[in-house]
Structures are given as C-alpha cells and as structure tokens.
Design a protein around this ligand. Structure first.
Ligand SMILES: [Zn+2]
Length: 281
C-alpha cells in the first residue's frame, strides 16, 4: 500500500490472529527497506515490488530497527538477492549476525518459523548518523532504546516520516519492552520533535497528521496504566512470582492470559522492579 509520496507499507500477518508486523519500502531512485518481516512473507514482499514496477535487485539499503525475529526474518535472503547493504545499531549486531545466539538468549516460540538465517551487518549506525539514499535524499538515525537496547528509529525528511520499529508501544496491546524508564524516555524524545507528518511503526497501521502525536500520547498513557495495574496487583499479593503476576495483570488489561510469554513476563517484572519511581508516575 502506498502511503506517502515515497513510502509503501506491507502488513505481514502472524499465525496468531490479530497480530502482525509492518515493513516499509522507501521508493526513490533506488529502494530502501525498513526491516524485512518474517520468512513466510517472501512472496508478498517480492510480489509487491513487481506489481508496483520495481525489482528486488533495486534494494540498495536494508535498515534494521532492531534484531527481533519478526524484523530480520528475510534479511539474509534479501541481501543475497539484491546485494544490498544492511544497517543496524551495534547493540543489535550480534543477534542479527548469529541467530543461534539470539535464540539461546531470547527463545521465542515462533523464532524458528520467522527467521531463517543470520545476516552480516555492513553498516553499524548510531544516534545522529545520516544514511545517503542517493538522489539528494537521506535517512537519519535516532537511538530509541527501551524495547531493546539497540532499537533505533529512522527519519525520512523528504516525506516528514518517522519509522519507529517497536519503540512505541501499542496502546491496549501486549506490553513488550526490556526497560520501562528508557522506553518512556525514547517516547518523549520522539514526541519532542516537531513536524512529523507520518508515523510508520511496526505494530500500528500507518498513521498520518496530528494522530502521530496522539499515538505517542496514547502509548505513554498506556504504559502508565500498565504500571498502575502492576503496582495494584503486586500490592495485593506481593509474593506472586513473575509469571503469576503477569497473568493477573493481563487479565485486568483484558488480554488473553495464554499470551503471557517469557518476553511479556520480563516486561511486567520490569514494571514491578520500577516500583514507585517518580519518572513513571
Ligand atoms: Zn521487537
């Protein structure tokens, strides 16, 4: 789906109903790809390029918002076909270059079906870096940690677009971040930038206009809500282990308890550890 003058969005559904990930193409003289989706999306991605008159070999740059399986699933294949350069933050490099290491350290149930191979990173990028897209266009890097240590967002000034990966939690959705304060700081950092015209997040449908800032406000409010629920449930039963606390919290939030995977338990435990810290209340 074409969203702005140059940005095209591809929605990739997961096997779990209602869950999905987005990846984005920036169509210029060459093509830049933001994240690569999951392995099963191959035909959808390449098919979209051909339907819109482009070719996978035109992909010049693949930028990774972070290393999680649903963002790197096809990276190795795309690099092989197109010869593109792949960019990521140094803190995500190992988990992209060695998927076995990622699986050992973050064994998500769907990992094996989402990602097929490791991918060598060509460009290690950091906050403030500018990547040349050719034709006088560029992509700027903003470090937005919290969901993961090396999560980065990308700014495409030509269309006033922000690509945020998983840095902005989905209000009402499954909370997944490694660090509560740092996620909030990253959200505030993105919100402080004026002039966003479009937000391309991996777990929101594309957002345009004033809804961009509204979405960031909703994410902050949701994190505060989750924090309040964690504190309330923990106060009622402080001896609960992290798994049991997570199930209680998800129930209050109206989220099915079978979604209490280890990464969600980690998030809820991070809220419990954050306690009454003034920065979050
Ligand atoms: Zn992620």
């Amino acid at each position: 789906m074409k969203v702005t003058d140059h940005v095209h969005a591809i929605k990739i559904p997961f096997a779990v109903p209602t869950r999905f990930v987005y990846l984005y193409f920036i169509y210029g003289k060459k093509i830049c790809l933001v994240d690569s989706g999951i392995a099963s999306a191959k035909e959808k991605i390449f098919g979209y390029l051909r339907e819109t008159g482009r070719d996978p070999q035109e992909i010049q740059l693949l930028v990774q918002t972070h290393s999680h399986a649903d963002h790197i699933g096809l990276s190795a294949e795309i690099k092989k076909i197109s010869g593109c350069k792949v960019a990521a933050h140094v803190a995500e490099k190992n988990w992209i270059e060695d998927i076995e290491e990622q699986y050992r350290e973050r064994p998500t149930p769907t990992f094996r079906s989402y990602v097929q191979d490791s991918t060598k990173i060509d460009l290690v990028v950091k906050d403030g870096d500018v990547l040349d897209l050719g034709g006088g266009e560029n992509l700027k890097v903003i470090h937005t940690p919290g969901h993961s240590t090396g999560s980065i967002s990308f700014v495409y000034p030509t269309d006033g677009a922000l690509f945020s990966g998983d840095a902005i939690p989905l209000a009402g959705g499954l909370p997944i971040y490694a660090d509560v304060f740092v996620t909030i700081q990253s959200l505030k950092k993105l919100k402080a930038v004026k002039g966003w015209k479009a937000l391309f997040s991996s777990w929101h449908d594309p957002i345009q206009g004033e809804k961009v800032y509204q979405t960031m406000d909703e994410a902050l409010a949701y994190m505060q809500k989750v924090h309040g629920v964690v504190r309330q449930e923990n106060a009622g039963a402080p001896s609960l282990d992290a798994q049991a606390l997570t199930i209680r919290v998800l129930k209050v939030l109206g989220i099915p308890e079978n979604l209490a995977s280890p990464i969600v338990v980690t998030t809820i435990e991070a809220h419990r550890q954050a306690g009454q810290h003034p920065d979050i209340l």
